[in-house]
Design a binder for this molecule. Structure first.
Ligand code: NAD
Length: 260
């Protein structure tokens, strides 16, 4: 479905980003991977994706907290693939603490990586998309782009911010063949979530099963984690011509959490 298209997926060495990059490659798109991790593992992922789906896959180590590195990632993608048709702003980090104890440096890092990076990357890809009259920008927000939880001030502020940026991007590109939508997942089964389970079990003096049901999935009515494959399939749909009239939306993928 995406043969001939080129996609950048930020934060795609792990979790949701890797799920989306894999789904794009499976549909025939060229892919730029980005994110941190073990160099050998990243190279194996890159080579496996390229070989399995017979598509060009490159890797950018750009740090999403650095505007110049983000511009460089887009320039490299254009050099290596000729263009960028699809941008998925997915890289993100989390930190949990009450506002009075929230370290300033953590606030700045979360705003930079979870929000400002999407602005810088969008700014860099728009001229080419406008020239070709075709583009898809998908911002991975969160249920926390729609509702709040205590102790997540920076994360909730950044995710609400990215939903706003999604709407503005949609307004500015609506007549250019470009769409911009936000995906708002509840809890998704990724390394970011998996590693919280034993930590929370210890903190709450609960079994890992209890932590999943009573802490993590307490607000998620379907009581199960979404999968990265479900999010990959949604990103493919949003990138397809069938979704050409969908723009400026914030789509919950949260098992009913924000229907409360
Ligand atoms: P993850 O930790 O598995 O992956 C995060 C990715 O971002 C990794 O590839 C990491 O290397 C990359 N990254 C982190 N800092 C970076 C930086 N400065 N520059 C470049 N890359 C960087 O996490 P995930 O669960 O897959 O989360 C991905 C996105 O989905 C995030 O924006 C997160 O807020 C959002 N999200 C996740 C969940 C969930 O339950 N897992 C729910 C809602 C939203």
């Amino acid at each position: 479905m995406l043969k001939g298209k080129v996609a950048i997926v930020t934060g795609s060495t792990s979790g949701i980003g890797l799920g989306i990059a894999t789904a794009f490659a499976g549909e025939g798109a060229g892919v730029v991977l980005n994110g941190f991790g073990d160099a050998g593992e990243i190279e194996r992922t890159r080579a496996d994706l390229a070989a399995k789906h017979n598509v060009r896959v490159t890797y950018s180590s750009a740090d999403m907290s650095k505007p110049a590195a983000i511009a460089g990632m887009v320039q490299d993608a254009i050099r290596d693939h000729g263009k960028v048709d699809i941008l998925v702003n997915n890289a993100g980090i989390q930190f949990v603490a009450p506002i009075e104890e929230f370290p300033e440096a953590r606030w700045d890092a979360i705003i930079a990586i979870n929000l400002s990076s999407a602005f810088h990357a969008t700014k860099a890809v728009l001229p080419g998309m406008k020239q070709r009259k075709w583009g898809r920008i998908i911002n991975v927000a969160s249920a926390h782009g729609l509702v709040a939880s205590a102790y997540k001030s920076a994360y909730v502020a950044a995710k609400h911010g990215i939903v706003g940026l999604t709407k503005v991007t949609a307004m500015e590109t609506a007549e250019e063949g470009i769409t911009c939508n936000a995906i708002c997942p509840g809890y998704v089964w990724t390394p970011l979530v998996q590693k919280q389970i034993p930590e929370q079990a210890k903190a709450h003096n609960m079994s890992e099963d209890e932590v999943i049901k009573k802490v993590l999935l307490v607000n998620q009515p379907n009581k199960r984690f979404a999968t990265v494959e479900e999010l990959g399939a949604l990103a493919v749909f949003l990138s397809s011509d069938a979704a050409a009239s969908m723009t400026g939306t914030a789509l919950p993928v949260d098992g009913g959490w924000t229907a409360h």
